[in-house]
Design a protein around this ligand. Structure first.
Ligand code: HEC
Length: 448
């Protein structure tokens, strides 16, 4: 019964995976939804696609050609209070120190939010680079940018500008990274499970697809918050959700806190996941090295993601779908689907519920068939229990149906699936309208 694990999850075979088909085991779906509904419902509601009607209307006074919002001409301000700030990259800090001695980035963040955020919104890379030297700021305010020649800004002292510059500097380093995407243990050392990060501002919603102590597909979620304005550490509670069966979803999922987890990033592509979890028949404290999962699409790497899209048009224009998606308008809070999108392939991990209301995840390696359509087999996997990983417990995926994704734009699409009655799941054919899950006001993360 044991599958040739090497085929799907060994380090070397990773390249072949893409062509081979979905590896259920290797993606995890985390459900963000459940958490969301309980704790962030109101935010979400606003975060839903409809929540930024005003964005487009807000003119972009700025066009900074940011990588993040290059598609959007307007930059809106982010009201998001906890702007990403930065893990201070030492080199950068050193540079900042030369530029302005004794500057205080923490105070700079406060000043940025109070004085700059309204026009510039969440700092973006080009702006950060320009503003990282306080003299540039001084010139912008005094002469170069007429719109900045206002009392609120001309009243800022040289020390204030130094602090702001120092704060923006901290964003150039690792702290500015966006970690959105699918992660796993490096070199496929623990293939079969993975964790998806939806990263918006200072929040990371993680959906972790793994197996319970009986080897059954099982998922957990984590809603983590950056531990400080300058850290690369995100921490928060771990939940297990139960909810209405996927084929008859009415109501919402119910999260239960079962532990705590922390993700510490060492750079944009590497980190450490540590957790203490008591659930699923297990009870454990563990630390796992993690890295980005690379789909095997020839010539394509994981996309680079940036938080900062504030306009509806920017969302719609996105052609990379990597993100956590859920039922449009949040109507079915409790389940969601993560897309890891590289080139012509999308590795989808769908976290939802079985007829007995227990969490179950399904996966699909969907390949582009036409322009905005992707499809593949729907797989269910069983494997090594989360608290005692053992590669020999990996099982071959069970094909439980098929899945097709049809995107109408970068923020809307349909998830269609047919289940064949195996795997303890009822045989159904259904279509759900889905949209990106926006939980970190007031912007979204886009990848490209
Ligand atoms: C009233 C709106 C407004 C406020 C408030 C504001 N800016 Fe600007 N800023 C602008 C506009 C408009 C531009 C020009 C944008 C462009 O050229 O696309 C600009 C340009 C800039 C530039 C580029 C200057 C250059 O040399 O090209 C920097 C850096 C900058 N702002 C930083 C800041 C910082 C830091 C703050 C807060 C202390 C701030 N701005 C506050 C509107 C504003």
């Amino acid at each position: 019964m044991c599958y040739d694990i090497g085929m799907n999850r060994d380090p070397g075979r990773q390249q072949a995976e893409g062509s081979r088909g979905p590896n259920p085991g290797r993606d995890a779906n985390v459900s963000a939804t459940a958490l969301i509904q309980k704790r962030y419902l109101s935010q979400l509601a606003r975060g839903a696609p409809g929540r930024r009607p005003a964005d487009d209307a807000k003119a972009a006074h700025h066009r900074d050609g940011t990588a993040v919002c290059s598609q959007s001409k307007e930059k809106q301000m982010f009201a998001y209070k906890q702007v990403f700030c930065l893990g201070l990259a030492l080199g950068i800090a050193a540079f900042a120190a030369t530029a302005q001695a004794q500057s205080n980035p923490t105070n700079g963040k406060t000043l940025y939010l109070a004085n700059c955020n309204s026009c510039h919104g969440f700092p973006n890379y080009p702006l950060v680079q320009k503003a990282s030297v306080s003299s540039v700021l001084q010139t912008a305010i005094a002469t170069k940018v007429p719109k900045m020649n206002i009392p609120a800004l001309t009243g800022l002292s040289a020390a204030n500008l130094g602090d702001i510059a120092a704060y923006l500097n901290t964003m150039v380093g690792a702290g500015f990274n966006n970690y959105q995407g699918l992660w796993w243990v490096p070199a496929a050392a623990e293939d079969g499970w993975g964790i998806n990060f939806a990263h918006q501002g200072d929040l990371i919603f993680a959906t972790w697809y793994t197996y319970d102590s009986t080897g059954k597909a099982w998922w957990l979620t984590m809603l983590t918050t950056r531990t400080s304005a300058t850290s690369n550490v995100y921490s928060g509670p771990v939940y297990v959700d139960t909810g209405p069966p996927f084929n008859a979803f009415v109501g919402s999922g119910t999260p239960t806190a079962v532990g705590i987890g922390t993700i510490t990033f060492t750079d944009r592509d590497n980190g450490v996941l540590s957790y203490a979890v008591g659930a699923g028949g297990g009870n454990v404290q563990q630390i796992k090295q993690i890295t980005r999962f690379q789909l095997n699409t020839p010539g394509s790497n994981p996309p680079v993601c940036t938080y900062g899209a504030t306009s509806t048009s920017a969302l719609k224009q996105a052609s990379n779908y990597q993100d956590l998606w859920w039922a449009a308008s949040g109507t079915e809070s409790g389940w969601g689907i993560n897309f890891a999108h590289q080139g012509s392939q999308i590795y989808a991990t769908w976290y939802t519920y079985a007829p007995n209301n227990q969490p179950v995840w399904l996966a699909a390696l969907a390949t582009q068939t036409t322009g905005q359509q992707f499809s593949g087999q729907l797989l269910q996997v069983s494997g090594p229990r989360f608290d005692a990983y053992d590669k020999t417990q990996r099982n071959p995926p069970l094909v439980v149906g098929s899945m097709t994704l049809n995107f109408t734009n970068g923020n809307a699409g349909t998830l269609s699936y047919t289940t064949n009655g195996t795997g303890g799941l009822p045989a159904v054919t259904q279509t759900k309208t889905v949209t990106r899950f926006l939980f970190g006001p007031s912007a979204a993360t886009l990848c490209r």
